[in-house]
Design a protein around this ligand. Sequence first.
Ligand SMILES: Cc1cc2nc3c(=O)[nH]c(=O)nc-3n(C[C@H](O)[C@H](O)[C@H](O)COP(=O)(O)OP(=O)(O)OC[C@H]3O[C@@H](n4cnc5c(N)ncnc54)[C@H](O)[C@@H]3O)c2cc1C
Length: 510
Amino acid sequence: MSEVSGTWDEEADVVVVGYGFAGAATAIAAHDEGADVLLLEKAPEEHKGGNSRVSANIVFWPNDVEKAKTYFRALTGPYTDNISDKMIEVWAEEMHANRAWLERLGMQPIGIGGAEFPEFPGSDCVEMLVNAGQLPGSGRQEFTLRQTPAQLGQMLGGERLWKGVTEPALDARKIRRMYGTAAVHLVESSGAVAGVLADRQGKRIAIKAERAVVLTCGGFENNPTMVRTYVNALPCIYPTGTPYNTGDGVRMAQEVGADLWHMSNIAGPELFFKAPELPVARWINLPHAGSYIFVAADGKRFIAEGDQCMGTDRHGKLNYHGMWMQQTAPMPVHLIFDESFRASGCIGDSFCCWDVVHGNRYNWSDDNLREVERGWIKRATSIRDLAALIGLPPDVLEATVTRYNTFVAQGADADFGRNPAWIAAIETPPFYAMELTPSFVNTQGGPRRNENAQVIGLDGRPVPRLYSAGELGSIYAYNYNAGGNIGECFAFGRIAGRNAAREKPLELAG
Ligand SMILES: Cc1cc2nc3c(=O)[nH]c(=O)nc-3n(C[C@H](O)[C@H](O)[C@H](O)COP(=O)(O)OP(=O)(O)OC[C@H]3O[C@@H](n4cnc5c(N)ncnc54)[C@H](O)[C@@H]3O)c2cc1C
């Protein structure tokens, strides 16, 4: 931590670092509590919004607090000791309060489905909400991760919550935002956090926080060294969200002695597409059914293809002999398919992710032929030639496809149990291969926080005047329910904002 020296360039009661949903909720709550708020955002204005803005914009809302406590406890699985009863209680209460709070801000919530772990106790409390703002029709719409990309796209993404609710709420309150301003270090005075040092257009500036600093600057998805250090067996995994989340909050919190938690937990992996031209992986929505398989570097299948590009719709957790375990993914993986699948429709469609909102906004062709011409998809007249083209053993790939086709003829995938309704023979030439990459939406780890959203030090005590919210040090210790990160951004963002605003003004030394 840096000591105060010289003069301050900016000041506010509450300084919020990072402008996604967690930063937005924190800023709104602190402002409504009477504080003068300054939001710092590392990205330039056109890239504001972090993962939040480019997400599917789904909020998990528990409709019953007691059931939510039970469900949240079940989600923590073997990591249950990490989360105190008090924390579970506050988590459940504030997540439940999200709906009314969002409605006050202008959200028109509609439910689009239920729990990701319906077999867990308390799961019937789960509602997933989207902002009906620009949606066709009204009322409850059924949602499953097995819908077609087009159906999903009609309901999700589109920055519905960001543009329709939170950003207008900050505008209405005239909350100050400084873009292109990356917090680098926390500043200390008399053992408490008193501000931040930030880099702004090549200049180091000092920003005083009269009451508190709140870190809401996201995870470490774009810091490959941190990913390799903390996340097991996924050495080359690409994010689909903002490139600006590089673990700065973890490092700043560590500098002031924060304890860390949930560093190995991620939402993923899934198999998406990373073109060299694109800054991050592109979320693609393969149809669940079709004449395609995934194969690893040995030319063999490794999973039941279908759900969410990976064979699981549990955000990267697989049930292994009765226990939910973190899934890994081999590299490279190739999607192998035939002409009928190629011609059946767009396979690179996407309704959210960084590339859709800010990136190249690549417009995937309806028949996938433009991508063949670009070299993203390889084509050959036989499976053996295709194998040679992508560097896989031809005998093995041919045997893999033959075996899979036998299962299709028999109506049951004896190796991986892929849904019988989704299997179709790979038999119509030419044949195609597209390399997929393990990808994830976000990390969950960061500084440990308590029920007041205070950052906790290695000594088990709160670091004075330092708070956090959002995916930086998320409460998700293990299993994760869709919509949960955004729900948590709002829940703990409000707690952080309220408590930060209520801190006594700092008597600065010097
Ligand atoms: C494609 C995709 C789809 C998703 N869909 C959903 C969904 O539907 N529902 C759900 O619950 N979750 C979803 N998630 C996850 C969810 O979006 C995120 O976990 C959540 O939005 C994180 O919010 P946040 O405010 O904590 O961080 P972010 O929204 O990532 O914001 C962090 C901000 O901090 C800024 N920052 C970083 N370092 C600094 C620094 N040093 N100084 C200043 N600013 C800094 C970043 O530029 C960024 O703008 C999805 C994620 C992705 C990528």
